[in-house]
Design a protein around this ligand. Structure first.
Ligand code: AMP
Ligand code: ZN
Length: 218
């Protein structure tokens, strides 16, 4: 199964991507995670990407596309994949479509996580990440026992630079301008399925699994 997750920052894409990929039995490919790994390893790609990420902008398409094509050439994606955070622009979607066609395949389904704007801001502004294990916490919705400390390993919790209020506003603006048009693009191709992504994580995962079932059996 080849699927794409779309939705605004804070829709819970990263969290759901993990569960859905496990459920479907395909690797999760998250461009944000790949960029962040490059930033912490101090690679050339990381240095370049950081300049854009820190201000809530998109990394240029050519850089992102090349990185995704390289990832899609690895053997573990043969049975399928789940893309989280890519494509993020209509040009990226077009390149992906051409690339998959060359490989003799195509996307099966695009799952849209639907949340309202206020919820997105609440989720992002309270999000905290453990420096040690990368577990995501939330100051109100999923707080650790001791403020600022990970329950699992005592690691320090930090706020992603791009989760700070000014940058969140820019990421939402970029989403509306660049990424939201993908929803219509994929609806036009008959592969879009939207689910309500408000409420508890487990409920959303269940809705996602139910929505994907018809596509899994095809
Ligand atoms: P995410 O973890 O998906 O929120 O991505 C974090 C940041 O990585 C984004 O704000 C962008 O700066 C960059 N990024 C991730 N995916 C893409 C993409 N497909 N195209 C361009 N930039 C991306
Ligand atoms: Zn931790």
């Amino acid at each position: 199964m080849r699927l794409v997750l779309v939705g605004p920052p804070g829709a819970g894409k990263g969290t759901q991507a993990q569960f859905i990929a496990e459920h479907v039995g395909v690797p999760k490919i998250s461009t944000g995670d790949i960029f962040r790994a490059n930033v912490s390893e101090g690679t050339e790609l990381g240095t370049l990407a950081k300049q854009y990420m820190d201000r809530g902008a998109l990394v240029p398409d050519d850089v992102t596309i090349e990185m995704v094509k390289a990832r899609l050439a690895e053997p573990d994606v043969e049975p399928g994949f789940l893309l989280d955070g890519f494509p993020r622009t209509v040009p990226q979607a077009e390149v992906l479509e051409d690339h998959l066609r060359e490989l003799g395949t195509k996307l099966d389904v695009v799952l849209e996580l639907v949340v309202d704007d206020d919820e997105v801001i609440r989720r992002l502004s309270g999000r905290r990440t453990c420096r040690t294990c990368n577990r995501i916490w939330h100051v109100d919705f999923d707080p650790p026992a001791v403020e600022g400390v990970c329950d699992l390993d005592g690691g320090e919790l930090y706020q992603r630079d791009d989760d700070k209020a000014e940058t969140v506003a820019e990421r939402l603006r970029v989403y509306a301008a660049e990424t939201a048009p993908l929803v219509a693009h994929y609806a036009g191709r008959g592969v879009l399925v939207g689910i309500d992504a408000m409420g508890p994580v487990d409920d959303v995962t269940q809705r996602a699994v139910d929505a994907l079932r018809p596509f899994q059996d095809r």
